[in-house]
Ligand binder design. Structure first.
Ligand code: BJW
Length: 228
């Protein structure tokens, strides 16, 4: 099928909520107990690395007790079977999409199971606690930090994402509040490029008006229903 529509799928914390991972905003949001600015900026990492490492060490450890849900499974199935171009762009730093089997996947905000060298920029797999002062396998500098895109830092793979959005026939946003840019602007980019835009979320998001269609409900129900 040469003319299968090109699909770009953006996912956010809501797709992992039913797996037991807290979302960021809202009543049970992850940041209820932590001020965003206190853990999620380069300045905070420089000022108080112990707190930032503790926060991400706990989040990394929590991955061991969660599993992909029906929404991750449905997207992995679509990825495996869709004959056209497809790209899943996740804002999530968990590994539930890949554990479900998704392959055409980008982590634009980094990954909990990766470490970034602040000295040379090398990235390496990381599974245990990171703590402070760990040495980089590539350059030896004691400068490893969580491979997480903090506020004010450039998200990963923006060129590739922009190209996919420009060529998209269908853009689908799943489980994201639309509060954080540049991801919050993807719907407009895709729509201006001519894509049909669909939102699947527990509630209409901040950018709901930009979508042609919004389907409201838990991801474990609305995503499999949309894929089928
Ligand atoms: C369900 C559900 C269920 C619940 N089923 N749904 C002023 C204006 C515009 C921009 C800026 C500005 N000032 C600063 C900026 C830029 C800034 C920004 O956007 N700030 C805003 C707060 C205003 N952005 C940046 O700094 C970014 N970098 C950047 O802009 O670089 C410059 C640049 C220029 C040009 C081009 C490109 C770049 C970097 C942003 C980094 C974000 N990092 C974080 C932390 C990651 C690490 C970690 O996990 O700790 O990423 S912030 C946090 O928010 C995390 C998430 O990926 C991100 C988005 O959150 P998400 O996924 O949407 O979660 P929630 O909780 O907000 O929403 C969950 C949704 O699910 C809700 O709608 C629920 O209803 C729903 N839901 N259960 C389905 N069962």
């Amino acid at each position: 099928m040469q003319d299968a529509p090109n699909i770009v799928i953006l996912t956010g914390a809501g797709i992992s909520a039913e797996s037991g991972l807290a979302t960021f905003r809202g009543p049970d949001g992850l940041w209820e107990g932590h001020r965003v600015e206190s853990v999620c900026t380069p300045e905070a990492l420089a000022r108080d690395p112990a707190t930032v490492h503790r926060f991400y060490d706990a989040r990394r450890a929590a991955l061991a007790s969660v599993a992909p849900n029906a929404a991750h499974d449905a997207l992995a199935r679509l990825d495996a079977e869709w004959p056209g171009d497809l790209l899943i762009v996740t804002q999530n730093v968990d590994d539930l999409h890949e554990r479900a089997g998704a392959r055409r996947l980008l982590h634009m905000h980094g990954e909990l199971l990766s470490a970034l060298c602040a000295a040379c920029g090398a990235r390496q797999d990381w599974h245990g606690p990171m703590g402070e002062g760990r040495a980089c396998a590539a350059c030896g500098a004691p400068a490893l930090r969580p491979d997480i895109v903090f506020f004010g830092e450039m998200p990963y793979a923006m060129d590739r994402i922009e190209r996919a959005l420009a060529a998209a026939d269908l853009f689908v946003s799943i489980g994201t509040s639309g509060a954080v840019y540049p991801a919050a602007g993807f719907v407009q980019t895709a729509r201006y490029a001519g894509a049909r835009t669909v939102e699947l979320n527990l509630e209409p998001s901040a950018g709901s008006g930009f979508f042609h269609e919004t389907r409201v409900g838990p991801a474990s129900e609305v995503v499999p229903a949309w894929v089928n």
